[in-house]
Design a protein around this ligand. Structure first.
Ligand code: HEM
Length: 403
């Protein structure tokens, strides 16, 4: 079943070339009125045109008149919304320890959940072979009903992944076939689709670290952070691109916004905070203290450096928790600076950045003090994604103002 994906991809590309051929055969309305034929058709005839139209033509930029920047921006905004949704569902999947409940990766046959009691039992038996079941959930008394609950979250997360893949690919093919994608955007969109496909593979690579021959009861925190940060990077790319396209819809001569040094530094600071957060989450390090601002009554946690600096700084739950809660203030300073610098040109973006970072800190503290309660931690993850949206929006504005 792993071969389904390339097969579907090829079929969709065929569909695209068919759409494109139909498009080429139909004369433009303006030509229809005058009774004229398109120049190429006069020389070659429709059959020759059809033969020469190939999948590679999809990647020709749109002539100004056919470009649909606003429609593409709206479509990408919907995809961005879906990405925010999947980030939250991914967080809930992790927080409910549901991630290892589906032990296989079947792109097509995995769409349907088990439909009979026998099928459910078969899935449960596969999960019982994991270290997570044998060491944690089994001894804790997990029954079939509890298994169905964790299965649901992992299944829903994977379904959303498929929905995002199709919600990106199908309109991409239609816009490309109609040559509606403005110049300079085709490769950006292709890169984003590659990221989406990569996320599917990365998600499985992450899950595979916790199933099969392993005594790990959780997935690798490095793989988890790569999966989360790639999703957030894709989200940032979607937001930046929609901002560029909306501008182009207002002014066809508008060029994409540049990335300024200041905005790049802010992005770097935020990236470190997101990475630390993902490691804290992946190592369940939120549970290492439930007081704030002190950690277990100390300002700086006792740290055992015996395994070396690099290992400790990438694996020690206490140290990573400590770094995440204090690097937050560097992130606050950077984002407040960004918000202030775009205040005059884009008040909305400025308010959004300030609101997002303030809420983020409050939710972070609440996550700690509640002992990582499910819904508070999930809200922390949701606002994390919204912080990325607001920050990238403001970074884009920053680029335009400095042009
Ligand atoms: C600057 C603002 C902050 C940002 C952008 C941020 C970002 C993140 C991210 C992306 C995660 C991973 C989410 C997940 O996978 O569930 C996370 C987890 C976490 N963050 Fe933050 N965070 C911020 C501030 C804070 C603060 C101030 C604290 C505590 C005082 C905190 C405590 C935590 C904890 C305990 C977790 C792990 C929660 C879990 O296991 O789900 N965060 N953070």
């Amino acid at each position: 079943m792993r071969h389904d994906l390339p097969m579907m991809y090829v079929m969709l590309l065929h569909l695209a070339s068919l759409l494109r051929l139909r498009n080429l055969r139909a004369p433009h309305p303006a030509l229809r009125q005058t009774g004229l034929q398109p120049a190429a058709a006069k020389h070659k005839g429709p059959t020759a045109m059809a033969t020469s139209a190939s999948v590679s033509n999809l990647f020709q930029p749109a002539p100004q008149t056919r470009a649909r920047p606003l429609a593409i921006a709206r479509w990408l905004e919907v995809v961005a919304l879906l990405v925010v949704g999947i980030v939250v569902v991914g967080g809930i999947t992790r927080l409910t320890e549901s991630g290892l409940s589906i032990t296989e990766w079947n792109v097509v046959s995995g769409i349907l959940p088990p439909l009979t009691e026998a099928a459910w039992l078969a899935e449960f038996v596969k999960y019982q072979a994991t270290a997570e079941y044998q060491i944690e959930s089994g001894p804790a008394g997990m029954d079939l009903a509890a298994f169905k609950f964790i299965f649901f979250w992992e299944w829903f997360h994977r379904i959303l992944g498929r929905v995002i893949g199709l919600a990106f690919l199908l309109p991409l093919i239609v816009f490309a076939a109609r040559r509606a994608i403005p110049e300079g955007y085709i490769w950006r969109l292709a890169a984003m689709f590659t990221l989406i496909l990569g996320q599917g593979a990365l998600g499985w690579y992450m899950v595979s670290s916790g199933v099969g021959e392993t005594d790990l009861t959780d997935v690798s925190h490095f793989r988890l952070s790569a999966h989360l940060l790639t999703a957030l990077f894709l989200l940032g790319g979607l937001v930046w691109t929609t901002r560029d396209l909306r501008r182009q819809a207002r002014d066809p001569a508008a060029r994409p916004a540049p990335l300024t040094l200041g905005a790049g530094i802010v992005a770097g600071v935020l990236f470190v905070q997101l990475l630390l957060g993902a490691w804290v989450a992946g190592l369940n390090a939120g549970h290492s203290a439930n007081d704030w601002p002190l950690m277990n009554g100390r300002l700086v946690p006792e740290t055992d450096w015996a395994q070396g600096v690099v290992w400790t700084i990438t694996h020690d739950p206490f140290l990573l928790h400590f770094l995440h809660r204090w690097w937050a203030w560097v992130a606050v300073a950077a984002l407040v600076w960004l918000a202030r610098s775009v205040r005059k040109t884009d008040r909305f973006a400025s308010i959004a950045v300030n609101a997002a970072i303030g809420t983020m800190v409050l939710l972070g503290i609440a996550t700690v003090m509640s002992g990582v309660s499910l819904w508070i931690a999930a809200a922390h993850q949701l606002v994390g994604a919204l912080t990325v949206v607001a920050t990238v929006w403001a970074m884009h504005t920053h680029g335009l103002a400095r042009r």
